[in-house]
Design a protein around this ligand. Structure first.
Ligand SMILES: [Zn+2]
Length: 343
């Protein structure tokens, strides 16, 4: 009796599932396009951030990350001795490895008043943009330095004004995300990664020093993260990145992607056997928000390799199971998809 009842419920559930499947399929059509939650249709985003411009960043962290194809954000203090003494290292590393600089103020000593804050924050922004050339007013990530009580004499309103004036974006807070300080073990850190993936969201870790073994200096940098934790963490990040579960990126790229994505709309302008045309719009200001979004479009069953054109930009992409995955800039020219072998 109970078995029959359960069977009936099972059959009802199955019928509903089949119906949902039918309806979903009936709505799918050539030209249907979705914007992926994160770049390359990866599940989640993860940010590695390094504060204070310690020598162990270029001695240990950057080479180890670069060999694994990982990038991070490095928050520098251009007036600190650790920076000025090794400026040549900082000059050459960024273009060579794809790492990204962030603004951690000039001295890390705090600010006396608004004028001093304008120098501490504004001059650091200028130097970051000079070290890493790009669009002159491009967004730069800002990390508020931790300074002794009484040393930060600037209202939140004035700070917000300066951040806007210098096109700076505050990074997520240090709270609960500091390596060595809050997150001590590899398990603590992989739990952050697992959380990002489970929520399809973003997580991050803020690192200060990294343990220095070679070269053998007589001291370690501030809050040194043991290599026995740091290197396996990088291996996990690389593995998750290879499996497309994670987009390991810099703060500004993640911020741009999320901001553009959250207000993006797609309009299908045209679909025929040899051409699909789409318009990608976003409410984000294109002067600052020009990171490509990843789109997935259903294409005709006989398309294999495709040409993706947006204005002067042309790329090739291969169709997988009837869907084409490609990048496009919001608020740019019309996007045109066509089979590569089209007449
Ligand atoms: Zn700091």
């Amino acid at each position: 009796m109970i078995t029959t009842f359960l069977n009936q419920r099972f059959n009802q559930a199955l019928a509903i599932l089949l119906l949902i499947g039918f309806v979903t399929q009936a709505h799918a059509a050539v030209g249907d396009t979705r914007i992926t939650t994160w770049k390359d249709d990866r599940t989640a985003a993860f940010l590695l951030m390094f504060d204070d411009g310690w020598p162990s960043h270029w001695q240990v962290a950057i080479p180890e990350m670069a060999t694994r194809g990982l990038v991070g954000t490095f928050y520098i203090n251009p007036a600190k001795a650790e920076f000025t003494k090794f400026k040549a290292k900082w000059d050459e590393l960024m273009p060579a490895t794809g790492m990204v600089y962030g603004n951690h103020t000039m001295s890390h000593h705090g600010v006396r008043d608004l004028e001093h804050a304008r120098f501490e924050i504004g001059e650091c922004a200028r130097i970051v943009r000079e070290l890493q050339p790009g669009k002159p007013d491009r967004l730069v990530s800002y990390a508020q330095p931790g300074v002794p009580k009484g040393k930060w004499n600037l209202s939140n309103e004035d700070r917000a004004m300066l951040l806007e004036e210098y096109n700076l974006v505050s990074r997520p807070p240090f709270k609960d995300h500091g390596a060595v300080y809050h997150k001590k073990t590899l398990e603590d850190m992989t739990a952050l990664i697992d959380k990002a993936i489970a929520t399809k969201g973003m997580e991050y870790l803020v690192v200060h020093g990294v343990e220095r073994i070679v070269p053998n200096w007589s001291y370690q940098d501030f809050w040194p993260l043991k290599q026995a934790v740091f290197l396996p963490l990088l291996d996990v990040l690389k593995d998750k990145s290879d499996k497309r579960e994670l987009w390991v990126t810099d703060h500004i790229s993640q911020h741009q992607y999320a901001t553009e994505r959250d207000t993006a709309t797609i309009t299908v302008l045209k679909t025929d056997t040899n051409d699909i045309q789409l318009r990608l719009k976003s409410a984000a200001d294109p002067r600052f928000y020009d990171h490509p979004l990843t789109l997935v479009t259903e294409v005709p069953a006989d398309w294999r390799e495709c040409t993706v054109a947006q204005g002067a930009t042309q790329t090739q992409a291969v169709v997988v199971n009837g869907f084409l995955t490609f990048h496009a800039i919001p608020n740019g020219p019309v996007i045109s998809l066509s089979p590569a072998n089209a007449p």
